[in-house]
Design a protein around this ligand. Structure first.
Ligand code: GDP
Length: 560
């Protein structure tokens, strides 16, 4: 019956063929059924939902903290200081090995677990794999510097994940330190710290001299109290893999973070498509332990492979069941690998709207100047309707970076670039992960296109098609003109193409070529890997390292 229905719909299928999701939807509706799709993560979550916790079993657990911030503002110094000084009172031996996370106990007996890979890139990469590990983010900002681009990124990444933030204003021992200036800059981003009447905790510290670190710890614990972090140590363990690798002598080793339940030596665990019996467990002080309660990081031996960081794990009572689960997961992963995950795109909005499953459009905005970023962000947010809310999860000035693409991947967002370009790595990653990067040079066009996408009515329109990228290698001065000596990185540039001049990912001029030469001769076009000389009509401010992008406008058809 299904095959003949498919044929009626004009789809030729055989009996052992797997159907695409939209075909399944279509066929099922012909039989008057509804279909519900679940992903691997949903399947895993459903398994976890097995039993209700007895309220008496729920115990407070230590918060798990990630440290983020701009480069050189002191993240590593802070982690090092905490690691080196906060050894459990009276215990011999400090933290001797890097296992990706460590736990510190304070004098009053309370504990905090730190993830030992600072930075929002690692944080969001884990989140993109579905891991929810961090409870609290500490954002480090150097008091002798300012709120920098990566500080803003870190804040956006924490906000997109819904993780509360505490601000550590570092380097207060330095001469030029001005913590109030930092607080003021935060306030201008709508982030008010407590002393400015807001809700965010902040602490002035010196990571180098160990100043006020104890106060920062107290604030972390205070935030943890508010979050009422609880876990049930009586259950079998579940959690997340932080790092995994193959060790010459010991086989596969994995650092895992137990998030609920208690892990015991000898437990059978499954993580992704790997499984194995926990042969031995070590803490960050390289001591063997037999059990790991909630919020404890441990290094375990015994898995049959190295799961990816961010992969969850679960304990199974029975070895054959564990083997079976791991095998099934492997199958689903292979299947998923073959069908690239469908991320949101402007075309996809219409489809999801039709399915009734679309509520929120996440966007990341990058632009050439602050004014246009703000204008675009305001206008887009105003497009929000009762059905669809537009949420700007990150906005900043500058080229589109890899970190933007990772954030879009983790938060299912589209990236809008206004007069900016993605870096080469960002473009590659975006293509690989199926993230839509839309580039505009007229604000009105951006708004109109997104408005019609939200109405599910994308019209055919015109879009820029890049024909060539040409890098400026040298500038030659002649009597009359300055000629740029360049090489065509990719594509073919023609004398009559329209061009844009791009510097550090930002479009600084749009216009036409004044001339295009090979040696002394005027030429019509130049192709990949060839050198050429060019000038731009009515524009002289060309610099070595700039990119000339040749483009034309093409009609785009919509596939709705
Ligand atoms: P990260 O890139 O954020 O991990 O920054 P690092 O921890 O590597 O620190 C960058 C530089 O700042 C290093 O030279 C540190 O010694 C220095 N530094 C970090 N914290 C402090 C501090 O509290 N005071 C002073 N004076 N220097 C610091």
């Amino acid at each position: 019956d299904i095959i003949s229905k498919c044929m009626n719909l004009g789809i030729m299928v055989s009996i052992n063929q797997r159907l695409e999701a939209d075909v399944i939807e279509l066929v099922v509706s012909e039989f008057n059924y509804e279909v519900e799709f679940i992903g691997v993560e949903d399947a895993a979550e459903m398994e976890d939902d097995d039993e209700e916790d007895d309220l008496n079993d729920l115990k407070a657990r230590a918060p798990i903290v990630t440290i983020m911030g701009h480069v050189d503002h002191g993240k590593t110094s802070l982690l090092d200081h905490i690691r080196n000084t906060n050894v459990i009172a009276g215990e011999a031996g400090g933290i001797t090995q890097h296992i990706g996370a460590y736990e510190v106990k304070l004098e009053d007996g309370r504990a905090i677990t730190f993830l030992d890979t600072p930075g929002h890139e690692a944080f969001t990469a884990m989140r993109a794999r579905g891991a929810k590990v961090t409870d609290i983010a500490v954002i480090v900002i150097a008091a002798d510097d300012a709120v920098m681009p990566q500080t803003k990124e870190a804040i956006s990444h924490a906000q997109a994940a819904g993780v509360p933030m505490i601000f550590a204003i570092n380097k207060i021992d330095r001469d030029g330190a001005n913590p109030e200036k930092i607080k003021e800059q935060l306030a201008s981003m709508n982030i008010l710290v407590e002393s400015w009447g807001g809700k965010y905790q902040s602490q002035e510290i010196s990571a180098k001299q160990g100043l006020n670190i104890d106060l920062l710890m107290e604030k972390i614990l205070l935030e943890a109290d508010v979050l009422e972090l609880k876990a049930n140590p009586v259950k079998v363990a579940t959690g997340t893999v932080i790092e995994a690798s193959l060790d010459k002598g010991r086989g596969y080793v994995a650092t895992i973070l137990v998030q609920n339940g208690t892990l015991k030596q000898g437990d059978m665990i499954v993580s992704g498509q790997n499984f194995g019996k926990v042969k031995a467990m070590y803490n960050e002080r390289n001591q063997r332990s037999e059990i790991a309660p909630p919020s404890t990081p441990v290094l375990i031996l015994g898995l049959n492979g190295a799961p990816q960081a961010g992969e969850t794990f679960k304990v199974y009572a029975d070895e054959s069941e564990a083997r079976e689960k791991a095998y099934q997961r492997g199958q689903i992963l292979r299947e998923q690998g073959m069908r690239a995950k469908k991320h949101i795109t402007l075309d996809e909005i219409g489809r999801r709207l039709a399915l009734g499953s679309f509520k929120e459009l996440n966007v990341i905005i990058k632009g050439d100047v602050d004014g246009s970023v703000e204008a675009l962000s305001d206008s887009l947010q105003k497009l929000s309707t009762e059905e669809i809310v537009i949420k700007v999860i990150h906005k900043a000035v500058g080229a589109i970076t890899e970190s933007d693409v990772t954030l879009a991947n983790a938060s299912d967002a589209i990236i809008i670039g206004f007069n900016v370009r993605p870096s080469m790595q960002a473009a590659r990653l975006g293509e690989q992960e199926g993230i839509q990067i839309k580039l505009y040079s007229i604000i009105y066009n951006a708004i109109e296109e997104i408005r019609s996408a939200m109405e599910g009515m994308l019209e055919p329109g015109v879009e820029d098609k890049v024909l060539a990228n040409v890098e400026i290698k040298e500038m030659y001065k002649f009597d009359k003109a300055t000629v740029a000596g360049c090489i065509v990185l990719e594509g073919k540039i023609a004398r009559n193409n329209r061009i844009r001049l791009v510097r550090d990912g930002i479009v600084i001029f749009t216009g036409e070529l004044g001339s295009l030469k090979r040696y002394r001769d005027d030429v019509k076009e130049v192709t990949t890997n060839m050198e050429c000389g060019l000038t731009i009509k009515n524009y002289a401010n060309i610099e070595v390292g700039d990119i000339v992008e040749a483009f034309e406008e093409v009609e785009v058809k919509r596939t709705l």
